[in-house]
Design a protein around this ligand. Structure first.
Ligand code: PMP
Length: 459
């Protein structure tokens, strides 16, 4: 089908591909990595090296693992029947997947299709803005986001981004986005709250302070990750979410939960927010929706939000005037239907809870053994280990050291990631998000590789 001579592929890549998140200078003297094949939790590169993929495709996406023929079959069958139609018509897999999805999301009822997490979030922002115009004379238009959270790569999403490292050099940003403080208890000292017994509640109260400062009648929505991903794998502390929900209700602010990473099982529940008993008005999701077998993202809303755009007036501005060209691809919902079936039929939520508990136990052991591991945290198969130069001051290790740990794991055939994004040059949190099919042996293999890597880098 295509040129399979791998040296030609490597040269074509070196000459013409601009990789994501990559400084290309080193490729002048070394080969770029090409991933060639995957099966289950394992993946192979151009040299035939095998890896246990501890990050599900690099960015916590391939929840059901690689090489799923049933998804490929479902997509193929759909593509030969009808690959695409966009605009105001629906599709068979689009309708059926929406129904399946909504069964997992009590309280929500409408699915708007897009093709990336950033796009889904942009659409949510647009809905908030349009509601502000329709109902509040444009006033209730501001969108709150949280320090350390990330909502995507476009300029509006970066404007709602709480990670200075990702935003640096991309301003100026879009007005109308306002930051609220983070809720990472390990770094409560940055907020003067290190001794607070009720940290979760206080971190949520800080949101209310911002609302009162800005004026509640100017705030349309609060956009939060249920468990912050790239910002350092942060599961909010006890007491946080009930207060957040209360605050949103009190000031009539829409709660938009960004499930782009947590969605479809990553934390051991269908959605991250379901760990906390909250009732969002809008939910966005992408990566795990079809586990990377097709590009698909969804913005899901309550019927109440949907109804704000539905009436029989003749005002031509009254509906949601938005389209996503590739939101009309049927491969996405066809893959997503099979993906959700697999998660359900193979009991992958239960497996995620069990393997997540094992991974946390292994990380705790690493923390006992290596003093550079300052904090370990996570939810389900979504875990992080923060590396610090000093446990007392919690000064992050230099990023290049954390990167060395990642490289040492890779040398042993285990892929892990590093993130944080709050401080340029200081990404210091190792992150782990293996496929939801991970076994006990897989978890132990990841931890063993980390143990060796930490010893090699830090002694
Ligand atoms: N939200 C979160 C929480 C994410 O982690 C990401 C991507 N890493 C996005 C949104 C953006 O998704 P995409 O890259 O598909 O645009």
């Amino acid at each position: 089908m295509y040129d399979n001579d791998i040296s030609n592929v490597v040269e074509a890549d070196r000459a013409h591909v601009w990789h994501h998140l990559t400084q290309h200078k080193p490729y002048e003297t070394s080969d770029p990595r090409i991933m060639v094949e995957g099966k289950g939790i394992r993946i192979w590169d151009q040299a035939g090296r095998e890896y246990l993929d501890g990050v599900s495709g690099g960015v916590w996406t391939v929840n059901v693992g690689y090489g799923r023929e049933s998804i490929a079959d479902a997509v193929r069958d759909q593509l030969v029947k009808l690959n695409y139609f966009a605009g105001s018509a629906g599709s068979i897999p689009g309708a059926l997947f929406a129904k399946r999805l909504i069964e997992k999301m009590p309280g929500l009822s409408r699915v708007y299709y897009n093709n990336s997490g950033s796009e889904a979030n942009e659409k949510a922002f647009k809905m908030v803005r349009q509601i502000a115009h329709k109902r509040y004379g444009g006033k209730k238009h501001k969108i709150l986001f949280r320090e350390r959270d990330y909502h995507g790569t476009t300029i509006a999403c970066l404007s709602a981004g709480g990670q200075p490292e990702r935003n640096a050099q991309y301003g100026p940003f879009t007005p109308g986005f306002v930051e609220v403080p983070h809720c990472l208890q390990y770094r409560a000292h940055e907020q003067g709250l290190e001794n607070a017994a009720n940290y979760g509640e206080l971190a949520a109260n800080a949101i209310e302070e911002v609302i009162l400062r800005e004026g509640p009648d100017t705030i349309g929505a609060l956009c939060l990750e249920p468990v912050t991903a790239g910002g350092g794998v942060i599961a909010p502390p006890e007491g946080y979410w009930p207060r957040v929900q209360e605050i949103c209700r009190k000031y009539d602010i829409l709660l938009h939960i960004d499930e782009v990473v947590c969605g479809l099982g990553r934390t051991g529940t269908w959605f991250g927010y379901q760990n906390y008993g909250i009732e969002p008005d809008m939910v966005t999701m992408a990566k795990g929706v079809a586990s990377g077998y097709a590009a698909i993202a969804c913005l899901v809303t309550t019927e109440k939000v949907f109804d704000m755009f539905k009436d029989d007036s003749t005002d031509p501005l009254n509906y949601f005037r938005d389209i996503s060209t590739f939101g009309g691809c049927t491969a996405g919902p066809a893959a997503a239907l099979e993906n959700i079936r697999i998660i359900e039929d193979e009991g992958l939520l239960d497996n995620t809870l069990a393997m997540g508990a094992r991974l946390m136990m292994r990380l705790e052991e690493l923390k006992e053994k290596h003093k550079v591991v300052g904090d370990v945290r996570g939810k389900g198969l979504f875990c992080g280990a923060e590396l610090v130069a000093d446990r007392l001051t919690k000064e992050p290790v230099a990023e290049k050291l954390a990167q060395q740990v990642v490289a040492e794991c890779s040398a042993q055939g285990v892929l892990i990631g590093v993130t944080n994004r709050s401080l340029p040059g200081r990404n210091n949190t190792l992150c782990l998000s293996p496929a939801l099919i991970a076994t006990e042996d897989n978890i132990d293999e990841i931890a063993a590789a980390m143990d060796v890597a930490l010893t090699r880098v830090f002694g």
